[in-house]
Design a protein around this ligand. Structure first.
Ligand code: 5GP
Length: 192
């Protein structure tokens, strides 16, 4: 069956990273597509899993060479999604963790991509979960969250296990029910 492309977005502190880790423990058919960034590695982050950390010069050079599918400048740092030569060959459901600008660009390149916006249950929780990532992140969240209305799916992260299984349920519904699936098209065709 065709692999899915899933984009997880949401304000910093919404728990996208933890949710993906949970999903990858619950399903062995997922892979995380790793972005490149010029931001400093945070404690607990793993190079090559969370991000590939590069210098601004290297980022700019790769950007000029057309290495990225999309890039964005966010909270003082550059982020970029490397071009994907053949997403099918990855052989698994591919997860991206991108802000809204990145998500919209992935949707343009891959219209079948599933865009999921993740939010904590309320603003207080968001502030708490942002911890020491800085007040600028709250302002950035307030600016970005209205874009959530352009997404197809909303998952509220009040409980990590439930948020992860909600996402897996969305994926299963899409995998089974999307009319564009060749199995579904053949099924429909038997009736005419
Ligand atoms: P953080 O610094 O908290 O890891 O990420 C900041 C924001 O950048 C998050 O909203 C994250 O989803 C987004 N982001 C991470 N990688 C990329 C990327 O390659 N492209 C875009 N457009 N956004 C990204």
């Amino acid at each position: 069956m065709k692999n899915l492309i899933v984009v997880l977005s949401g304000p910093s502190g919404a728990g996208k990273g933890s949710i993906y880790k949970k999903i990858s423990n619950m399903s062995d058919r997922t892979v995380r597509y790793v972005s490149m960034t010029t931001r400093k590695q945070r404690e607990g982050e793993i190079p090559g899993f969370d991000y590939d950390y590069i210098s601004i010069d290297e980022f700019k050079e790769r950007e000029t060479q057309g290495y990225f599918l999309e890039t964005d400048f966010y909270d003082g740092n550059y982020y970029g999604t490397p071009r994907i030569s053949n997403i099918e060959e990855l052989g698994k459901d591919v997860f991206f963790d991108l802000n809204a600008n990145g998500a919209m660009k992935i949707k343009e390149a891959y219209p079948e991509a599933i865009l999921i916006y993740i939010l904590p249950p309320n603003l207080e929780r968001l502030k708490r979960q942002l911890g020491n990532r800085g007040d600028a992140r709250i302002e950035l969240a307030k600016a970005e969250v209205p874009l959530a209305l352009r997404y197809e799916w909303l998952v509220i992260n009040d409980d990590l296990d439930r948020a992860a299984s909600d996402i897996l349920s969305i994926m299963e519904v899409i995998r089974k029910s999307r009319m564009q699936n060749s199995e579904n098209q053949s099924f429909v065709k038997q009736f005419y």
